[in-house]
Design a protein. Structure first.
Length: 280
């Protein structure tokens, strides 16, 4: 049955993929973004009601992360507005192993609405659509927690699970933890990208203190530095985030997209061909 679905963050990594999949299924999709019509801006709650009006379901992804101050209050406010507008279903993209994110989950779980929680953390696409791409382009990636095994998950898998959750009642009340099917270190991931792109890309393991200092020297905004430090220490440093789950296979009836498959597909698009020469 055709539904009216609001995709908050509809131009982001998971959101744009969800929008495309929902369009293919012939649902009515409203893109929740500052450029949408009506606009949705996390910093302008006065406009949320108009964006939510008439929607049957909402996909929620909070920017920049559910861990940041103010996220819990924003989710609480959003849920209240959703209930006033007779929304039936909420699907929340949450952070696996993030205590603050789980507080936000509780707001959705106890909302009285149908819900599905989708937990994920380290995306494959961080290497091509986010903060790790610059190092790849420069040919040298330096990161902390170099020996940690990470079951990177693909944004396309997350999107497919989210669409199932939004459109199928059997996923109501479920919490899905999404991972790839194997753990890789950052060095192993970079090596796979180097092989797929035919480039020489070096990797260096560094301390979190050195990484933070490097960001400060590059004049990265303080709030972004705080978030990256949090994601490395609290999330990546959480042993539970090395665990591999089978939730993608359970929902989609297929194995997750492998990191190698992701790297080969991304390399074929030329994403990593724009080599950046670092300035002195």
């Amino acid at each position: 049955m055709k539904q009216n679905i609001l995709v908050i963050g509809g131009t982001g990594k998971t959101g744009k993929r969800i929008v495309n999949l929902l369009h293919k299924l012939d649902h009515n999709v409203r893109i929740g973004s500052r450029g949408g019509s009506p606009a949705f801006d996390w910093h302008n709650p006065e406009g949320w009601s108009e964006a939510i009006q008439g929607m049957d379901a909402i996909y929620i992804t909070y920017q920049p992360d559910l861990a940041v101050p103010g996220a819990l209050e924003a989710i609480e406010r959003l849920v209240k507005i959703a209930k006033r507008n007779h929304v039936k279903k909420l699907v929340l993209l949450s952070g696996k192993g993030e205590r603050e994110a789980q507080l936000c989950e509780q707001v959705v779980i106890h909302s009285g609405l149908d819900y599905t929680i989708v937990r994920a953390n380290w995306f494959n696409q961080n290497f091509s659509e986010n903060f790790l791409v610059e190092g790849i382009l420069q040919g040298h990636v330096a990161l902390p927690f170099a020996q940690m095994k990470i079951p990177f998950v693909d944004a396309n898998d997350i999107a497919e699970v989210a669409v199932k959750a939004l459109t199928e009642e059997k996923h109501n009340g479920k919490i899905y933890e999404l991972t790839g099917y194997e753990g890789l270190t950052f060095e192993e991931a970079v090596s796979i990208i180097a092989s797929a792109s035919g480039r020489d890309i070096q990797f260096t393991g560094i301390s979190i203190e050195s990484y933070v200092e490097a960001m400060k020297q590059q004049q990265v905004p303080e709030d972004f530095i705080w978030l990256i430090e949090y994601l490395f220490t609290e999330v990546l440093g959480n042993p539970s985030n090395s665990e591999v789950t089978n939730d993608i296979e359970k929902v989609l009836n297929r194995k997750p997209i492998s990191f190698k498959e992701y790297a080969q597909k991304t390399a074929s698009k030329g994403v990593w061909n724009n080599v950046v020469i670092p300035s002195n």
